[in-house]
Design a protein around this ligand. Structure first.
Ligand SMILES: Cc1cc2nc3c(=O)[nH]c(=O)nc-3n(C[C@H](O)[C@H](O)[C@H](O)COP(=O)(O)OP(=O)(O)OC[C@H]3O[C@@H](n4cnc5c(N)ncnc54)[C@H](O)[C@@H]3O)c2cc1C
Length: 405
């Protein structure tokens, strides 16, 4: 069984990140939302800490890292630490959290599928001694969002590398990134088996940002459209190298890289949504405690709404921790990752909407809950929509019985 009590190391991480969220993120939150960007001077100042947070490099629990072999492996803490920390960042400001320097969503595929040389080349650039840098992850295309098996970006083999052509949309930190993990197909007729992942570096001829999206929420987070026009990418930038794909015969290849990423990142995205819900809830609870006792019957109505919010937040957190725990102990967590992502995205919106109702018009007047409500919406869209998470869950209900959907 697992313990619900945070270890002293987990509690320490939570406290440090909460301090950062409250004292560094919140003071610039509304202004960054209004400007549609996180100020550069803030990013320069925060670079050192930002890299640590963005890469979840809090290190392992001291006790477990001292142990060796199988036991130490079974006590990995990285995924649990990541969700604990990310909930606090979401509480602080989700758009700023997504803009913290570091490899971002591009990190997991490089980490899980890159060769040792690629990991060194692409991940070592995120250092506290360097200026702020970002990585990004480009899978989505105009004709391939939920169903990524339909990507149209092509990678044509040529001497010493590949020529990439295609368009990517909605790419977080896509314009500011030093490199982007780009998914492309070497042969559309092969379906998923034809997919490959490339690390495309900023400044590569034929690789450009064509537009930055204007969004309803997480406005301070950069969302880019990227174009690849006869873009030559050297073969050493093919993630995992040629042998990575050859070893897997005709099975899913670049597609496997993409999906592996989601199983690790969905609990983290869920945790950020929980942080949003908790921020709206705490703000509203504080006001209700002060104001509502004067209003008799209304107080009971508010209590019911708040109790429901508390329940939803707690339930979402437990689902998310379970998904992270399974990843830590090396068990498949695809179903739990899908369920926690779907549930947390849904309740973040519901809790924020409920809080806005309780606050009345005052909540809409440039206040944090109004912003959180806008920010929450994206959490049931990116990293796979809620409907898609339910499809993944359903697949896990059918497949053990030999039914494929
Ligand atoms: C702010 C933002 C940041 C993002 N960041 C990134 C990023 O960094 N990298 C990246 O690669 N992508 C990113 N995305 C893209 C995001 O992952 C996609 O938007 C998402 O996967 C949905 O794809 P789509 O927009 O094409 O919607 P569609 O796939 O067209 O879906 C439209 C609707 O149809 C539903 N639907 C689709 N298929 C099914 C089905 N089989 N059954 C039932 N319903 C279905 C969906 O649930 C949805 O409601 C980002 C998006 C946004 C908005």
């Amino acid at each position: 069984m697992i313990s619900y009590k945070l270890s002293s190391h987990q509690q320490q991480v939570k406290d440090v990140v909460h301090w950062f969220a409250e004292n560094e993120m919140r003071p610039i939150s509304l202004e960054a939302d209004k400007m549609g960007r996180v100020p550069d001077d803030w990013l320069n100042k925060i670079n050192q800490l930002g890299i640590q947070l963005n890469t979840s490099s809090f290190g392992e629990d001291k006790k477990s890292s001292q142990k060796s072999g199988k036991k130490a492996k079974s006590e990995r803490q990285a995924n649990r630490l990541a969700v604990i920390a990310t909930e606090e960042l979401g509480w602080g400001d989700p758009a700023i959290a997504l803009t913290l320097p570091g490899p971002g969503l591009g990190g997991p595929p490089v980490q899980s599928s890159g060769t040792p040389e690629q990991k060194e080349r692409f991940l070592s650039i995120f250092s506290k001694d360097e200026p702020p840098r970002w990585g990004a992850y480009a899978l989505t295309e105009p004709e391939a969002g939920s169903d990524v098996s339909g990507i149209l970006t092509t990678a044509q083999k040529t001497t010493g590398g590949y020529i990439l052509n295609g368009q990517k949309i909605f790419i977080t930190n896509g314009a500011r990134a030093s490199w982007v993990v780009v998914f492309a197909t070497i042969d559309r007729s092969l379906g998923r088996a034809g997919h490959r992942a490339f690390v495309v570096e900023k400044g590569t001829p034929g690789f450009s940002c064509t537009r930055l999206a204007k969004k309803m929420g997480i406005r301070a987070s950069e969302t880019a459209e990227l174009l690849l026009e006869d873009c030559f990418v050297p073969e050493e930038n093919l993630l995992g190298g040629e042998s990575y794909y050859e070893n897997r015969g005709s099975g899913p290849s670049g597609f496997r890289v993409a999906m592996k990423t989601f199983d690790n990142t969905r609990p983290i995205v869920a945790a950020m949504a929980i942080g949003i819900a908790r921020a709206a809830f705490e703000y509203t609870l504080d006001l209700v405690r002060k104001e509502y006792p004067k209003h008799g019957r209304l107080y009971h109505l508010a209590s019911e709404k708040l109790a429901r919010a508390e329940l939803e937040i707690e339930a979402a957190r437990l689902l998310t921790w379970e998904a992270a725990w399974k990843a830590d102990i090396g068990q498949s967590n695809a179903k739990e990752a899908a369920m926690c992502k779907a549930h947390s995205g849904k309740i973040a919106l519901e809790v924020c909407a409920g809080c806005l109702e309780l606050l009345g018009p005052a909540g809409l007047d440039g206040q944090i809950v109004e912003k959180l409500y806008r920010d929450a919406k994206i959490f049931d869209i990116f990293e796979g929509t809620n409907q898609v998470q339910h499809l993944i869950t359903a697949r896990h209900l059918y497949e053990p019985h030999g039914v494929r959907v």
